[in-house]
Design a protein around this ligand. Sequence first.
Ligand SMILES: Cc1cc2nc3c(=O)[nH]c(=O)nc-3n(C[C@H](O)[C@H](O)[C@H](O)COP(=O)(O)O)c2cc1C
Length: 345
Amino acid sequence: MTRETFGEDLARPLTIGSVTVDPPLVLGPMAGTTERVYRLLCRRGGAGLVCSEMVSINAIVEGSDRTLRMLRTFEGEHPVSVQLFGSEPAIMREAVPAAVEAGADIIDINMGCSVPKVRRNDAGVALMAEPDRAVALTAAAVEASTVPVTVKIRAGLTLRDHTYLETARRMQDVGAAAIAIHWRAACQGFGGTPGWGSIAKAASALDIPVIGSGDVVRAEEAPLMMRHTGCDAVMIARGAWGRPWFFGQAAAALRGEPIPPDPDPAERLGIALLHAQMLRLDHDEHIALHQMRTQLHYYVRGLPEARRFRSGANRLTTLDELRSLVEEYLAHLKSVEQQEARAGL
Ligand SMILES: Cc1cc2nc3c(=O)[nH]c(=O)nc-3n(C[C@H](O)[C@H](O)[C@H](O)COP(=O)(O)O)c2cc1C
């Protein structure tokens, strides 16, 4: 560890180029989840920076309507990092100004995604096998951008591949303003024995800020990751599913304060309803409900009789039905509570 973090204020804001990330907690990019509605909720819930889903540079340049809609941001969610994926520096040069124009405060380049659709096109994690292209792509984005450019990588392609450190150093040399690193190698997918060693290696090898990603699901793990690795900020992705307030809890942990409890069921489901209603602004009802269904499962994680709510959520066909389901579930919880109180439990 090169950065002395013990005894320091772990919650101090991080500066990435001209952008202040306060607190140093970042909502990680997640295809299918981190669209502008969820990003806004996470900012309100305490994230210092939120990342978009990955957006194709080729589709931006082709002017695809669906892709251009993905670039929209809400006023209240800034700072927002827009993640781009692709492999051609010339196309990157054309796409970056459009993303900045649409509201990106930071441009992030995806070099960590291993889904076949992205890899096949030499983008995402495939770029880690082509360091020269990865560096050229970063340089092209930096040249074309008026906002800071960051890169999100994995710890190489295989467990024995340590070239990610050299590649990250070269990306720093061409102007990358920060590196986010998901600690796993590409071959590990989302498995492997948990360990943040590669984040520590990147933090010690680079002068620019390093954002650590992977497996922070309890608030206490945010300061733990910073202390163990010397990283400058913590990225939270799956841990924020169905609980945008998690960032506020993790921020308290960074400040060394008691961690606030989860909101009560009525407040949690109020946020879930707002989430669904706002998705409806951007999508038709069917798609909004489809997007919401998995999130709803997470919104009730740990609540009594969550299965009852989840089985109702699986059958929803309209937002009105969701409202009724929430009312019915909350009324049920209340009556169980009253029965327990009467029984002196
Ligand atoms: C459903 C899903 C979609 C993801 N999409 C992206 C993506 O578009 N771009 C990216 O760089 N990482 C993506 N990731 C990786 C996350 O940003 C993060 O690095 C990884 O999940 C590890 O962090 P976590 O344990 O906090 O989830 C995705 C992860 C998941 C689970």
